[in-house]
Design a protein around this ligand. Sequence first.
Ligand SMILES: C[S@@+](CC[C@H](N)C(=O)[O-])C[C@H]1O[C@@H](n2cnc3c(N)ncnc32)[C@H](O)[C@@H]1O
Ligand code: SF4
Length: 376
Amino acid sequence: MEIYIHLPFCKAKCQYCDFNSYAACDSATIYSYLAALCREIKFAGAQYGRAKIDSVYIGGGTPSMLEAKQILSVCRVLNENFDLSGVKEFSIEANPESISEDKLAAYVEAGIDRISIGVQSLDDRNLRSVGRLHDRNTALKKLELAGKYFKNVSADLIIGLPYDNAGLIKSEIDELSDLVSHMSVYQLTLEEGTSLKKRADEGRVWLPSDDEVAEFMDIAIDALAARGFERYEVSNFAKGGEISRHNMGYWTREEYIGLGAGSHSFLKTADGCAPLPAEIRFSHPRDINAYIGGINCVDSFDKIPRAEISVLNKTDILNEQIMLGLRTTKGVKESLLEGKIPPELERFFIRADGRIALNRRGMEVMNGILVRILML
Ligand SMILES: C[S@@+](CC[C@H](N)C(=O)[O-])C[C@H]1O[C@@H](n2cnc3c(N)ncnc32)[C@H](O)[C@@H]1O
Ligand code: SF4
């Protein structure tokens, strides 16, 4: 079982971002949110606390924006209510501008052993153009500082930003590869409702074409391989086997409890402690105040108001196994796809040892392939 904790606060909203995050919240709101979150952790602990927790992930938003003592108290409540003795990975997300030595030391004290830093680009024009609050030098300095406290440091990069070019992508990977053991490399998605999408639609920002982005991604994958980073998922690369165990759990359909506004949970009927049908996904309301109100008006985990609940039938489960498993380079058991791959799509797959996975070209066109095979 895994635990995800959502801290939805940011100093400013980045122009491309549609994650559940809120800019410029006052300290009273943050305080009420953390109180509700701790209350939810206690309810969840009463319900599932006997479950063995394999990994914890504190994500956002910008968890590093909170004071060190706030993170410490959330981790203390988590520790008091769950058995964390078998945790193999405990991650936190951080933005360069809000990382400090005091906070890093507090994270280590809280048991956190992995930090994921949102670098996005090492070009100041890119960073400014999408509203990031840090510059290239701050990112490099904070990555180096994080390396003094954590063996396992990850950096996020976005490909497809306004000033990207082939040379920049290669040099970003080269510079970052000495500072981290893991990289997540995402292609920019122009999300509906974001200010970047609006600017792009109005022709007020130039963005690289799809072909250019595909070329940049190829350059990134080659540069990562040359630096010893093995691709293990569509967007994720690890050196020395330092994969994100937590995220791998999502793709291999491990159970997880999501705590905090907008977070999602996935539970199977685990060791009889869940009063739930076979496999179920549910989420919290995204809005901070709706979340706080929902937690404060109940007295147990099962009464918490849910935004969405879906009970999975056999077909849903099979489709999820295929969709999530094919994101990874390990792929899925060959038997799962028996009779489902049209002959013209065979060239996008690799088969070995009873397993089947997408090859590099297959990963590029994964969504189109999934639509075809899930229909069969
Ligand atoms: C939960 S988000 C944000 C984490 C952290 N607050 C930050 O900004 O660095 C995790 C990652 O998703 C990626 N991301 C967010 N929005 C994206 C978008 N529209 N397209 C591509 N990647 C995106 C960014 O690389 C980001 O670091
Ligand atoms: S990308 Fe990160 S810092 Fe920017 S708005 Fe989204 S969650 Fe906040």
